[in-house]
Write a protein that binds this ligand. Sequence first.
Ligand SMILES: *Cc1c(COP(=O)(O)O)cnc(C)c1O
Length: 400
Amino acid sequence: MNDSNRRHDPDAEAWSLATRAIRVGHHPTPEREHGEPIFTTSSFTFESAAQAAARFAGDEPGNIYARFTNPTTRVFEERLAAMEGGEDCVATASGMAAILSTFMALCRAGDEVVVSRQVFGTTNVLFDKYLAKFGLVVRWVDLTDWAQWEAAVTDRTALLFIETPSNPLTEVADIRRLADLAHAHEAALVVDNCFCTPALQRPLELGADIVIHSATKFLDGQGRAIGGAVVGDAERVGKEVRGFLRTCGPTMAPFNAWIFAKGLETLNLRMEAHSRHAGEVAEWLVAHPKVARVHFPGLSDHPQADIIAAQQSGPGAIVSFVVEGGRKKAWQVIDRTEMLSITANLGDTKTTITHPASSTHGRLSPEARADAGIDEGLVRLSVGLESPRDIIADLARGLG
Ligand SMILES: *Cc1c(COP(=O)(O)O)cnc(C)c1O
């Protein structure tokens, strides 16, 4: 059979995102398997001592040891790199390992980094408790306050780090403007693209240098495994971040890589449905008499609606809202729901509901929480793929 028109290593740049998500990265073995196989092996063998030497010297590409590369992990990496528009991608054991690996690989003691205050809680701890211990100087700024960014970014700055939209208030930063600011000081912009995923926002196309993912969230989308990824250029990500991974070892397990590679295949469809369902829920909440405020990137009165229109192709799944009556009332709303999952996790087919002030932001002092805009009456949803009618019925029960 002539197989010459079947291309398993095609020019993915010609493909749209939906096709890349399904077709990139799978290079079948001589068994001609249709589905991506899982290589549960710690190491790989060589045909000869000479081949082993060539592999170790880097003169011949190929696998050596699964801390360095694994074919299943490589499927996920190639696929996500193609979707984000990056030259390379390095898979990591978790989203936190992706952030750690990036800063360990690209910064040295004495470097300054500028980080938005509105980042994932554990990211906060990583910078303040661990990276600072090794001499990294961390400057915290407000995500949406341009004057603070301009004042904090100097020629001593190595990296800028943001999450947009932020958790839980869905504040949004102008990625292109921050990338220009970074580049004017020969620094690089790192964007945690967890909330949007490449299906809704591609920071590299907007000028950012590196994209971080917690694959645990929407990339899997079904709450099955912990993983992360760093996407960017061949030098900083392909060489430096991968070098850190090879040496220090927070690599992704092949079984998890298989879950995430298969998750990517449906990412477009899921993000479109998450966005649509979240939009219905947000509109319903806006009209509810007991809801004082709704935060959602899809609302026309969002404070950064112009930036959202320019850089996001959809609002995503995260909706938060404030009920009058503070913590007592917020807890009552959560406890009265029957279907929604009470968990701080997000990015699942199942809708999740949480009280940020006593969970994700519980470590902060009451003053710091107030500064961060985390109201005691704030409830956060990650709207899932159940019928919006059933999600809304459960929220109606919660709001009483
Ligand atoms: C969950 C999360 C992380 C951390 O990812 P893990 O996979 O839990 O290590 C980082 N950033 C954001 C925005 C997240 O939601």
